[in-house]
Design a protein around this ligand. Structure first.
Ligand code: GAR
Length: 206
């Protein structure tokens, strides 16, 4: 049985789309079973439903400032759907220790920088301002520290002369759409994410 995955997203949902498309292939080792958003009008929900994935908004408003109560409501949906892995994909809410602890080592996140550089917001503008020549994205396990935790996969892109923030963001996003499905596949099948890459290095082509 493939592990059942829930994707959490708040907005555009392009990483969610990449994960759903990748998981559409029969030999992908995880099933995207659920998409959760904290926003009823998130475009991501429509895309998921159109691809046969159950999608549900769990709004935070009714819970006021009680973030844990909101997460307990989400957690009840996860339990009802028998979810085993969570992928955060542009889920723009800080998690409380309740959800982080409950899903420790079972919750992945994607972040648009080469962590540990630039946790938080505005990563592309900050990479440009710092004069970095390399930038990128990271898939990692979620811990109680925001945009932190064991790194599962990273992809680097060059920062080109004259890059705007939007150009750099687009270059990074294209890589996000590759490494997130690859990292989830490796994680779900219990192998180290870059095992195949290191095997290839040990057995160079003739
Ligand atoms: C992505 O770039 C993702 O890396 C970022 O939000 C964007 C969501 O786009 N996540 C974070 O910044 C988390 N700290 P998407 O909704 O099109 O996938």
């Amino acid at each position: 049985m493939k592990p059942r995955v829930a994707i959490f997203c708040s907005g555009r949902g392009s990483n969610m789309e990449a994960l759903i498309k990748a998981a559409g292939s029969a030999n992908y080792p995880a099933e995207i079973a659920l998409v959760i958003s904290n926003k009823v009008d998130a475009p991501a929900l429509e895309f998921a439903r159109g691809h046969g994935v159950r999608a549900q908004a769990v709004e935070s408003k009714p819970f006021g400032r009680d973030r844990e109560a909101h997460e307990r409501a989400i957690d009840a949906v996860l339990a009802a759907e028998n979810i085993q892995i969570i992928c955060l994909a542009g889920y723009m809410r800080l998690l409380t220790p309740f959800l982080v602890e409950k899903w420790r080592d079972k919750m992945l996140n994607i972040h648009p920088s080469l962590l540990p550089a630039f946790p938080g917001l505005d990563t592309h503008a900050r990479a440009l301002a710092a004069g970095n020549r390399l930038h990128g994205c990271t898939v990692h396990l979620v811990t109680e520290i925001m945009d932190d935790g064991p790194i599962l996969a990273q992809a680097a892109v060059p920062v080109l002369p004259g890059d705007t923030e939007a150009e750099l963001a687009a270059r990074v996003l294209a890589q996000e759409h590759l490494i997130y499905p690859a990292a989830l596949a490796a994680f779900a099948s219990g192998r180290p994410v870059w095992a195949s890459a290191s095997a290839a290095l040990q057995n160079p082509l003739p």
